[in-house]
Write a protein that binds this ligand. Structure first.
Ligand code: DGJ
Length: 322
């Protein structure tokens, strides 16, 4: 059992360092990737920790997490590198490309003042890495800060990114090898100031959770539903219910994983901006009925029925053409 909001320990008894994270299921193992923030916090443009890298943990029950190490480390030797400790590397997400068999990591890379605003891409042959950094870019030359990537059942993947200094959230399809974008982005929410997107599919509907933009401080979550990953997206409202619902239980969404029983594991971060390494995890079971998503506080992530849903691995011929 993992107590929501308490320190979570890995199988070696050390605090899990996987903030702003994501899950990937492969060969009956679930991998948890996230920001290793195990350094001192200091106040710059925002509270920050030097880049250490992206951690990976592995589990078969979503409860006991075995450390797999830092699979994309910082590059302290190269001051010009995106992953130099003086920069920002946030919200890593990993997809397995069914066509190439590669594991592709996307992350938000930035300068300490958040003016670089790019996505970085790294590729590995196994989910445990090591991930080889490919470089960074602005999707269609647009600034990109918080983001997520989502892989649909047909093998087409999408990048959702907060742009125009977080005013507008956009979506763009990824290219065949998942290392670039395919066409011009379209708006999801225009001038709505949403970030921290987490996207999942439930039946024939697509759901997106987001937060407002208040730095490390919590604010009300909101969700939207669409008939297609590109939209149109209809805002439904705050999925949180009960005490603490108005501030997302003190946390911010980062990822959502559909489970076999039809519920959804929603991963959130409860940031501690004065000591970011001590930021906590909140994992809740979301329930979907039609277009309604409900998130209630639970004291612990128990792992009961915590099986990740079967992930469809499409053949190349079933991929949607653009
Ligand atoms: C909120 C974002 O969701 C985080 O990933 C991080 O960029 C903080 N803002 C920085 O304040």
């Amino acid at each position: 059992m993992l107590q929501n909001g308490a320190p979570w320990l890995d199988t070696q008894g050390r605090p899990i360092q996987a903030h702003g994270g994501a899950l990937l299921r492969h060969d009956d193992v679930t991998y948890w990737y996230g920001e290793n923030k195990d350094g001192d916090t200091y106040q710059g443009f925002l509270h920050r920790v030097d880049v250490i890298g992206v951690s990976c943990y592995a589990s078969t029950d979503l409860l006991a997490w075995r450390p797999e190490g830092v699979v994309l480390p910082a590059r302290p030797d190269d001051p010009t590198h995106d992953l130099h400790p003086s920069n920002v590397a946030e919200r890593p997400k990993v997809l397995r490309n069914p066509h190439t068999g590669k594991f592709v990591m996307w992350l938000h890379v930035d300068h300490a003042d958040y003016t670089l605003a790019r996505v970085g891409v790294a590729v590995a042959d196994t989910p445990r890495g090591p991930f080889r950094y490919q470089g960074s870019f602005r999707p269609a030359h647009m600034d990109s800060r918080d983001f997520t990537v989502f892989q649909d059942d047909d093998g087409q993947a999408y990048l959702y990114f907060s742009s125009d200094w977080n005013a507008t959230l956009r979506v763009v399809p990824l290219d065949d090898d998942y290392t670039g974008v395919r066409s011009a982005p379209t708006d999801v929410f225009t001038r709505a100031h949403r970030e921290a997107p987490a996207v999942f599919r439930h039946g024939d509907r697509y759901f997106m959770l987001t937060s407002g933009c208040t730095g490390w401080d919590p604010n009300p979550a909101e969700y939207a539903v669409a008939p297609h990953p590109l939209g149109p997206w209809s805002v439904i409202g705050n999925p949180c219910q009960g005490p603490g619902a108005d501030l997302t239980f003190g946390a911010q969404p980062t990822f959502a994983l559909p489970l076999d029983d039809g519920s959804v594991l929603v991963m959130l971060d409860r940031w501690r901006k004065e000591d970011l390494r001590d930021s906590r995890y909140v994992w809740l079971r979301g329930h979907v009925h039609g277009e309604q998503l409900t998130l209630r506080w639970q004291d612990a992530w128990t792992g009961t029925h915590a099986q990740a849903a079967h992930v469809v691995t499409p053949s190349p011929s079933s991929r949607r053409s653009e």
